[in-house]
Structures are given as structure tokens and as C-alpha cells.
Design a protein around this ligand. Sequence first.
Ligand code: HPA
Length: 249
Amino acid sequence: MLALIGGSGLSSLDGFEPHKQKKINTVFGETSAALSIGKFAKKQIVFLPRHGNPHVIPPHKINYRANIWALKDLGVKKIISVTAVGGITALSSPGTIVIPHQIIDYTYGRENTFFDGAVNPLEHVDFTQPYNSDLRDRLIAAAQKENIKIIDGGVYAATQGPRLETSAEILRLENDGADLVGMTGMPEAALAKEAGLAYAKISIVANWAAGKNDSGEKITVSNINSVIQGSIVKVKLIISSYLNEESDG
Ligand code: HPA
């Protein structure tokens, strides 16, 4: 079964017909919200709003371990994660949809592993390719089928938040090779890898990252939300087209 983890702008999912809400308390604590199980594009999926419902949990306080553990416990095998990001490099203008292929993690102080020697013994997972290439390819094919322009590949920089970055921080991320910046991509992706789940991300560029907007306009949550609303319909279409092609969701 497929799980969709929704971020800012996707804390609910139109067209999704939930038939069960499952509150799961894991060994790592509680998930961001009850897991919603139901039909989307005629397939059974699980939907989880990462920031809770209503949207109140800041990026550094999300219980990423509980979220991934609960999804695995429920029998999920694949996760599509949707996130809003700031665009750093020229192609990543607001409104663009990107399916990133790499990650650089700048977060700190988050519970970031299942293998800490407490619940599970220490293990070092291979994270060379943080996203599942088959799932990425299928999402890219679904976008092409629907004639939706997306960018195939990009380096996602995960920052701590909840504040946005300084312009010097964004230059540093750019020098490091990052194309996009967001606050929730890690440790979610690493935990999915540790749990053996296929995980891919669809990022919506909501704003130019700090210092990248020539007009010098301030980054506001209301601007971010209105850009996301303009692109979310396309993201939903990519996901429903992907599900139509899959026999097992
Ligand atoms: N920086 C970090 N996270 C974000 C941004 C940003 O500019 N926009 C949306 N999420």
C-alpha cells in the first residue's frame, strides 16, 4: 500500500475518501495525526499530514520516527512525500514542481534513526541514493503522461527551521550544490530507508530562497501558501495518474 505524507499546503487531500482513521501509538511515541486510510484515484492509500491536523507541529518537533514506524506497521511499502521548498538555483522558480534525487542534511537535534542501539541494534544503512529510483521514475513518467512540466532531479537541502534562512546561508547551500531548501525532508527520508520503504519526494517550489528574489520582496507564509495552491492540483494529478498505472498502489 502507498502512503502519502503531505506537508504545508497538503494537510488535507481533496478527492480522498477516508473510511478509517487509525491512531497509532508506536514505541517512538505518537504520529503527527491519526493515519487516514481510504481511497484516492480508486486505490487504497494512507494519508498522513506531517504537521498534524490542524497544521501546528513545527518541522523540528515532528515525530518522524513515529510517523514512519506507524506506516510500516500498517503495511505501507511505498511513500510519496510532498513538501514545499524554497528555490535556490535558476530553474527552481516559484510554482515549479521538482522530483529531487539527492539530499544534504543540515538539521540537528532531531531523533534521526531507528538503529540507535535502544529499540533496535546499531546499523549503518546505505544512503547513497536517498530516494527510491523506481518510484521516482514512475512519478516522472506519470507527470509526462499528464503533460505536467516537472524538473527531474535536484539536490534538497534540509534545514532546521522554523525560521527561514539568511541570504548567506542560502549562498552556502548553493555552493554546497543544493537546488532546493526545505525543513522537513530529513530525517524522514533516512528513516524510510532504514525501515526498508520505497520513498520519493515531490517538491513544490513555493518561493525564491532568501536573497534569491531580485525584487527583495519578503518571504511570507501567505505568499508561500498561494503559490502552493497553484501547483497542488498538478501534484495531485501526478499522484492519481501514478496510482492508475499501479496494480498494488
Ligand atoms: N526555506 C526553507 N523551507 C522552506 C522555504 C524556504 O525558503 N520555503 C518553503 N519551505
